[in-house]
Design a binder for this molecule. Sequence first.
Ligand code: NOJ
Length: 761
Amino acid sequence: MKITSITLLTFFAITTMHAQTKPYLDKTKPTEERITLLMKLMTLEEKVGQMNQYNGFWEVTGPAPKGGDAQTKYEHLRKGWVGSMLSVRGVKNVRAVQKIAVEESRLGIPLIIGFDVIHGYKTLSPIPLAEAASWDLDAIKKSAQVAADEASASGINWTFGPMMDVTREARWGRVMESSGEDPFLGSKIAIARIKGFQGDKMEDLLKVNTIAACAKHFAAYGFAEAGRDYNTVDISNSTLYNVVLPPFKAANDAGVRTFMNSFNILNGVPATGNSFLQRDILKGKWKFNGFIVTDWASIREMKNHGFAKDDADASAKAVTAGADMDMESHYYVAELVNLVKSGKVKEVLIDDAVRRILRVKFELGLFDDPYKYCDEAREKAEIGSKANNDAVLDMAKKSIVLLKNEANLLPLKKSGQKIALIGSLANDKTSPLGSWRIASDDETAISVLEGMQQYKDNTLTFEKGADLTIGKTTFIDELVFNTTDKSGFEAAKNAAKNADVVVMVLGEHGFQSGEARSRTNLDLPGVQQQLLEEIYKINPNIVLVLNNGRPLALPWASEHIPAIIEAWQLGTQTGNAVAQVLYGDYNPSGKLPMSFPRNVGQCPIYYNNYSTGRPVDVDKNVFWSHYSDVEKTPQFPFGFGLSYTTFEYKNLKINKSEFNKGEIVKVSVEVTNTGNYDGKEVVQLYIHDIVGSLARPVKELKGFELTNLKKGETKTITFTLTDKELGFFDNQGNYLVESGTFKIMVGGSSDKGLESQFELK
Ligand code: NOJ
């Protein structure tokens, strides 16, 4: 556009007019002042409106709705009674709702648009648990950047992620969204994801391709009893302070702009009504200055918990406890104005919540350009781009864990082999996308069959053997499994009979984990176990490729099947990633972020447990802590994962034998690639504070490094330990660093490594 003096004059005229009527639009003023200026103009109703978040609803680009819930939401938007919308996506739709808020409401406050961008938007990365198995923080950050890039190109400016609930419960379906069982690894991953979504520094939020992140679910949701989603949580203070809270603290330190509270109770108080969590810890001790959104209708659910008697009571309790934005309960918008007018809720609480919400909107630059994420050209160019597909393929390969490789079955030879590929999941283009993929279409994953077909110099025969599920599989409906139809077994057996190697892709359906998808069995669903055993009788040269969103317990397969690959649900590029690993074009380096039990009765099973008073069988009788029917160790421990090469650890050294508190402990170890392939190893450092004023876990991860080692190469890996790693929280939440002996273990898994020790004086 040619800038003429008339356009400049018009621009100045508009700016001056805005500066008079909407002084908060003056960009030259500091954010806090702009917020104050805006809040001075807001009615109580408009303030409460900012605390109200509605789910996407009518055909937003069509005519105004003429009835029902949609009409109410539409009218509330026009009155400025809505601060945020969730699940509206696509530039056209976002622009349409934003336009109502900005151009039709009195003050024109832009909406913050939230969405569950959990492992990608349209181009999907592996499920978060799989990504955690990479232990590759740069790749994880990149994956979040890709997700932010696509989501922001689609009009979205806020993701409900990352989920950082530490969990030890394989039965809990939401482990697929977690980083697994360890708070140290979980904290590092949380930081990587937040920086991936938001950028490295706060000003990066002003860019068009970053979005605000949300640390969820605050707190302790990952400890739902018996792994049943939404169930009661009953944990010790020690677990709360040392296991549950650290990733959230790390997220806050990394500048995460929002938190989401959780569905569960903690010490009898629902998280949404929990002042101790939200006000004392998060906004108090940690000085969090962004805002807290409730989980979906969790204010309303406080009535079901028996914690609030009616809508008003629930609203008063939630806002008093520090929940700033109501996701879809519709209670704040209905109750808060009256509660303030009747003196039951202080207006300063409303003001505090509104300031926090507006702060994040200003930080995103929404007041300066409410349509900054609404660029059709960008939407077209970036969603599903080649660069994004390359990045998720890279992430997918890095997420694969080699669990077993006997008889040199893997990698497969590139030519001259007859391969039978069996299992309906091998030909599935939907299930490998995993759960939580609302913006991504069915049938868009590269299947394992498609991936393997690219290696043309082998003979590849595919037989599904049996269907996994019956009927339609959706995000919201119960799945129905095929437990009877084995009519495809014969064809599969024939294929196996004529093959040199059988690759079987078995496991869970992509929708079998995720929210509300709890299980009491951790086996292969449907007739898959039978299929596996039948094929094994015909041809035991089986490579089992597992698809799953949680740890499975597969004792028979672990004993009999010579090669097992953990391939989770790897997203859009699943088939390419699996094929490249099978054929040795990528040497797997993933390590499990959660222990895999031998059977479900061992759950919860985790590596950083406490010693009991009877940890070993000293007296050679039954009176020690064990099971009579299965070993107490996991099938595959936390941190475990093989490679096509081998690594040897030598010369573990600590720079001194005694340290004062505050000194830096340096631990070094030599790692050599002793096998026949170049490879990558995750070198892990664990500590054990042998005697404490409170019992300490037998092992705690306190450092890791992912290192590349060429065939024959040796590297010295050095870790440092400071008070930050050596201390722990007592039951009142005080951080203690205590004198005593610390054992160190360094290795490629949590179950074994080189050991040494030092004294802390
Ligand atoms: C409920 C889930 O618990 C939460 O993680 C999610 O972000 C919201 N629904 C919104 O979809």
